[in-house]
Design a protein around this ligand. Structure first.
Ligand code: F6P
Length: 374
């Protein structure tokens, strides 16, 4: 009997999603004679049974397109806003899956998607996931698609900001995305020749950053490029955060856990805008004019790089092979020695942060980049 598979994209979009859909779809249809349906707008489409029948023709010409032909959302199947309530819609997802007599559903997404996928697996669905995100923070894979393109976009932005920073003898603070991980800021900072790079994994001191910029000015370098990850924080902020993280981890009751979680959420909400504050502080502490550029969603838009197209195609086609072999409950990971299926239980709920001894950190230090450590 012909196998039918479902595909959905979930979480923030990124370049390479269409390449991955195409990779899974073409291999599934053409090599393994499966039929493919897409679910619209992530897990919401699965719950609401909103589908797009996927044929080989529809997969032609999408390799180089940014975004996702299926649409995406950040909806979670177990906590979905329905009207003005939040409901557990796992049963509805299971119903849709059974209605279409699917053999499996492929969930293409980031860290949140891995957690959602495992919930569906626990409810009895056959699930395989693919790792995508510009943040590169998915545990278990060396790299996720989307990252390389975002790295290029951020690097090019820093290159362009250099010429205006030097002409005006200014500090330019550049905020990158990356969520709670520093991969994007660190990579683009190194590639773009930043003078200061601030990442969440290395809490910083504003004094140290200001001193580094003053030293540069004393040596005749009257401009500085400061690349800051959106999740970077000062040493004092890190202390506060760690206190709540510990409270959440060691909470003895549901109430304590909820309280710690809401404190953490509030911190992160208020943290938006921290780079503007930093830019103003640096200007007043150094006497050098400072400007802020927030790269934002530009980093997620447009056509994927060659490396992301290749990675997404390799992961997608390998995924079709796993579906054919009926290997489920795994994320298709990219490892130095090839593509490897990793059990979802080893991936979900974990984050891949920048290790302190990572070669990129070492290289940044060796080239005199200030990482802001007190
Ligand atoms: O996870 C990808 C990402 O772009 C993060 O870098 C960023 O923090 C977040 O998504 C932004 O999300 P949204 O598009 O929902 O504002």
């Amino acid at each position: 009997m012909q196998k039918s598979i479902g595909v959905l994209t979930s979480g923030g979009d990124c370049p390479g999603l269409n390449a991955a859909i195409r990779g899974v779809g073409k291999a599934a249809i053409e090599k393994y004679d499966m039929s493919v349906i897409g679910f619209c707008d992530g897990f919401r489409g699965l719950v609401q049974d909103r589908i797009l029948r996927v044929s080989s023709d529809q997969l032609t010409g999408i390799l180089t397109d940014g975004g996702t032909i299926l649409g995406t959302s950040r909806d979670k199947p177990h906590k979905m806003p329905i009207g003005n309530k939040t409901e557990d819609m796992i049963d509805a997802a299971v119903d849709t899956y059974r209605r279409h007599a699917l053999s499996a559903v492929v969930c293409i997404g980031g860290g949140g998607t891995q957690k959602n996928a495992i919930r569906l697996a626990d409810a009895g669905l056959n699930v395989v996931t693919l790792p995508k995100t510009i943040d590169n923070d998915i545990y278990g894979t060396d790299v996720s698609f989307g990252f390389d393109t975002a790295l290029q976009i951020a690097t090019e932005a820093i290159d362009r900001l250099h010429s205006t920073a030097t002409s005006h003898h200014r500090i330019i603070v550049v905020e990158t995305m990356g969520h709670r991980a520093g991969w994007l800021a660190l990579g683009a900072g190194i590639a773009g020749g930043a003078d200061v790079i601030l990442i969440p994994e290395i809490p910083y001191s504003v004094d140290v950053v200001a001193t580094a910029i003053r030293h540069r000015a004393q040596r005749g370098r009257r401009f500085s490029i400061v690349v800051v990850a959106e999740g970077a924080m000062t040493a004092e902020e890190a202390k506060t955060i760690n206190k709540f993280v510990d409270r959440k981890k060691n909470a003895e009751s549901k109430r304590d856990r909820k309280e710690a979680t809401s404190k953490l959420d509030a911190f992160h909400e208020n943290h938006v805008g921290h780079t503007l504050k930093l830019s103003e502080q640096l200007e007043s502490m150094t006497g050098i004019e400072s400007r802020l550029t927030i790269l934002g969603h530009l980093q997620r838009g447009g056509t994927p790089s060659a490396a992301d197209r290749i990675l997404a195609t390799r992961l997608g086609t390998a995924c079709a092979g796993l579906l054919h072999d009926e290997m489920y409950g795994v994320m298709v990971a990219s490892r130095s020695n090839g593509i490897k299926p990793i059990p979802l239980s080893d991936v979900a709920g974990k984050k891949k942060l920048v290790p302190m001894d990572h070669p990129w950190v070492v290289a940044a230090r060796m080239t005199g980049v200030c990482l802001g450590e007190p």
